[in-house]
Write a protein that binds this ligand. Structure first.
Ligand code: ATP
Length: 627
């Protein structure tokens, strides 16, 4: 970037400092990112893009970052761009004068609306050239498209999409069409953005000792983002200060109304392992309830907001919980702001007995009034993260004392998670059985005191261990895996997919690694359902994605590759090292991955995004934990 006029040679985009950054600049960058898989290279491309924007037109950094992650705001805002294929094809038909049917035929061949739109536009003669698209105008339009509602919403969306498509050229058309669908397919995750931002600003040496002053730029940004996952706040700090220093932890601090990334637990193979791991540390055993994680915020304005594990606002789904939370604060604390970590569980309100997870899933998600609630729930609170100030750096024992001192149980709608501090293996075993009898999944075992007992946002921590009832039955823990390819069925399964290739997610490399081919555990109806789901045009893709790691094994070569779309819970007999699969490759064997033996489908996990699937590291740990 030059000071006066910035011309990005590769993209051909030109703009003066202070002027809006052309969208072309990003689109060409996306093309480069799509063509490579190396994370370091991708980070470097992003870093160069961000630095150029900061040097020329810093106010465009925020819309640029949002366009890169294909989001319109923080998840709790619930603003999503995803428009249907139908509207897009219509808009494209108006843009390039081809019939909808002709475009549908083409689409069937090409398989990607972005590629189709780009080739259609390229073959068109342009009579007049509209003004170039800019990063900020595109982002503004994306928001307007997502927000349009009411009877004429479809027409409005189509008109806006068409306007953008008409003004677009080359790579712009391709990535616009994909962005409209909510799938940029270049796989830039938050982690890459954080790494690129960390390298875009200097990290000064800090002389005053304070929390974070000795951390690297990347760790600082990751910490800050995990406790306050909002790009606006982070970029505001970076652009005002032009350095990555520990001040970012104050700027991006835990705040009510902004869901924090939840702390996660590691599996164990049984009670002996727990006792061994926590041998010299006091710990507590809590019932592990089988419901839905809920982060409950009480804001300064008195409102209650409930967020899911993935930070989506669930307040509309749980009007009954919102009502119940109105009087759970002790008499001296009614104005206190708080953040509770809890599990919402379906119960039978007559008996107060816990119902299985499936009952909870039958609850409607939107526009529910308290009178319409069919499945009653109870909130089991297990942690207090904020009470008029952040508590995450305090040890669990202190947080728990505060929870019990400031809140009052209101059976059957609000209670504390049942727990007991114990360390005798026999007692813990009895407690595990008791929890299972009570309708729970097992126990959560947590460090109580010392630095290891703080709350670790977004971390799957050694300091929270899960002991599930499956272990009692000698079974391994289930895994959450992503179908990335399908095999056509034969015989009785002709006409549907008969088997699927499943992958785990490696958050380090941000790639999907295969771990088994699965064809067992499905009902006929499920196979039909999955075939319909994956056959919906844009879920079958032209070929393997660059970030799907495949061994090349001929016996595993699938018939079609899928867009990563769902997460399935799967159980297996055991785990084994296999040259045909790539999960955790290089960890237990330099060239072989880890695969599941006799995998069996259990259920879909609608609460999971593909990137929250079991990680390669978890699979490696499970493999190593086998007797
Ligand atoms: P993940 O660990 O990724 O959330 P998962 O959804 O498969 O994986 P589990 O392995 O079942 O979850 O265990 C962790 C989950 O257990 C938590 O996310 C939380 O929703 C739930 N849970 C139930 N009871 C407790 C408790 N007492 N303390 C913490 N978490 C609990």
């Amino acid at each position: 970037a030059e000071a006066e006029t910035s011309t990005d040679k590769a993209s051909g985009a030109t703009w003066k400092a202070g002027q809006p950054v052309p969208y072309q600049f990003l689109a060409v960058g996306f093309g480069k990112v799509e063509s490579i898989t190396g994370r370091l290279e991708i980070t470097d491309i992003l870093r160069r893009m961000f630095q150029t924007i900061v040097e020329t037109t810093p106010e465009d950094l925020l819309p640029a970052v949002y366009i890169c992650v294909n989001k319109l705001g923080a998840p709790q805002e619930g603003l999503e761009i995803g428009v249907g294929e139908g509207i897009l094809i219509k808009a494209l038909s108006h843009t390039c004068g081809k019939s909808v049917n002709a475009l549908k035929d083409e689409f069937r061949k090409v398989g990607d609306l972005g590629d189709l739109a780009a080739s259609m536009k390229a073959s068109q003669r342009t009579v007049f050239k509209p003004a170039p698209l800019t990063v900020r105008s595109v982002f503004k339009e994306f928001k307007a498209i997502a927000k349009s509602s009411g009877r004429s919403a479809m027409d409005e969306k189509r008109a806006r999409i068409q306007k953008l498509l008409v003004a677009s050229e080359g790579a712009e058309t391709k990535y616009l069409a994909r962005a409209f669908q909510g799938k940029l397919r270049i796989h830039i995750a938050d982690k890459s953005i954080l790494a690129a931002l960390a390298e875009s600003f200097p990290r000064p040496e800090e002389t005053v000792e304070r929390v974070g002053s000795d951390m690297s730029a990347a760790s600082l940004l990751t910490h800050a983002y995990n406790q306050h996952p909002v790009w606006d706040t982070m970029l505001n700090y970076l652009l005002n200060n032009r350095v990555v220093d520990s001040g970012i932890l104050d700027a991006c601090k835990l705040t009510t109304g902004v869901p924090i990334s939840p702390m996660l637990a590691k599996p164990t193979k049984g009670i002996d392992e727990v006792v061994e791991k926590f041998s010299d540390q006091p710990f507590t055993c809590e019932y592990k309830y089988d419901g839905e994680r809920a982060q409950i915020h009480h804001l300064a304005d008195g409102s209650i907001q409930i967020y899911s594990r993935n930070a989506e606002n669930q307040s509309e789904k749980y009007p009954d919980v919102k009502l119940a939370m109105k009087d759970v604060l002790g008499p001296d604390y009614s104005n206190s702001e708080y953040i509770l970590d809890a599990e919402v569980v379906a119960i039978n309100p007559q008996t107060n007995h816990i119902l299985p997870f499936q009952s909870l899933q039958t609850r409607a998600r939107r526009d529910v009034s308290v009178a319409e609630v069919k499945v009653a729930v109870c909130v089991f609170a297990f942690d207090l993260l904020y009470f008029d100030k952040p508590l995450i750096h305090d040890p669990l024992k202190q947080r728990r004392e505060k929870l019990r001192a400031c809140f009052v149980e209101k059976e059957p709608v609000f209670t504390f998670a049942k727990g007991c501090d114990m360390n005798d293996p026999g007692e813990i075993t009895d407690y595990l059985h008791e929890s299972v009898k009570g309708g729970c999944e097992g126990l959560m075992v947590k460090q109580l005191l010392g630095p290891a007992a703080t709350y670790e946002p977004a971390n799957r921590s050694q300091n929270w261990l899960k002991v599930k009832k499956d272990y009692l039955e000698g079974l391994t823990d289930s895994l959450d895996l992503v179908p990335i390819a399908g095999y056509y069925g034969k015989g009785k399964r002709t006409g549907v997919f008969g088997a699927f290739l499943l992958a785990c997610y490696n958050p380090e490399s941000e790639q999907y690694e295969t771990t088994c081919k699965i064809g067992t555990g499905f009902s006929e109806a499920q196979l039909t359902e999955f075939s319909e789901f994956y056959n919906e045009k844009d879920r079958i893709i032209g070929g393997r994605k660059s970030y799907y790691v495949f061994s090349g094994s001929t016996s595993l070569e699938p018939d079609v590759w899928f867009e990563e779309s769902q997460v399935w819970e799967v159980r297996c007999a055991d785990l084994t090292v296999s040259p045909a699969h790539t999960a955790a490759i290089g960890s237990v064997d330099p060239e072989k991955g880890i695969s599941l033996r006799f995998p069996r489908f259990l259920r879909i996990r609608p609460d999971r995004e593909p990137q929250n699937a079991s990680s390669s590291e978890q699979i490696m740990e499970m493999y190593l934990a086998q007797p």
